[in-house]
Design a protein around this ligand. Structure first.
Ligand code: HEC
Length: 99
């Protein structure tokens, strides 16, 4: 299965190679990258939606705080003791876009 997906990705990449269209950005990662606070974030945040909804964001800590509070009111199981670690992880990994 992974082999098939890999072959498909290669085929798609080869097809796009000669294309003079606009430059393409790399796809957003579908998994949360490793780091401090990863486990709690993965456990609490991937129940309702994919990681891409998170990995495509760039937010500062205030904005992540707002989003995570919203997710918590919707039922994200973030233990009070984990809350700061989740915000720290998100800000570290998906902070404001760098130029
Ligand atoms: C109870 C289900 C649920 C859980 C658990 C959950 N989310 Fe969400 N999340 C949603 C829904 C529903 C939306 C879409 C809301 C919308 O489109 O307005 C969403 C949208 C988002 C978005 C895009 C909108 C925005 O605010 O930028 C982000 C980022 C996000 N979630 C992050 C998280 C994080 C981080 C966690 C873990 C703390 C989490 N979610 C856990 C239900 C959930």
């Amino acid at each position: 299965m992974a082999l098939v997906a890999g072959a498909l990705a290669l085929a798609v990449a080869a097809l796009g190679a000669g294309d003079a269209g606009p430059p393409r950005r790399p796809a957003y990662p579908a998994k949360l990258p490793p780091g401090e606070g990863h486990d709690a974030t993965e456990r609490a945040c991937l129940i309702c939606h994919s990681a891409m909804l998170i990995t495509q964001q760039h937010k500062d800590s205030t904005a992540w705080e707002k989003s995570v509070r919203q997710m918590e009111t919707w039922g994200a199981p973030v233990a009070p003791a984990e809350h700061a670690a989740v915000i720290g992880y998100l800000t570290q990994q998906f902070g404001p876009a760098k130029k």
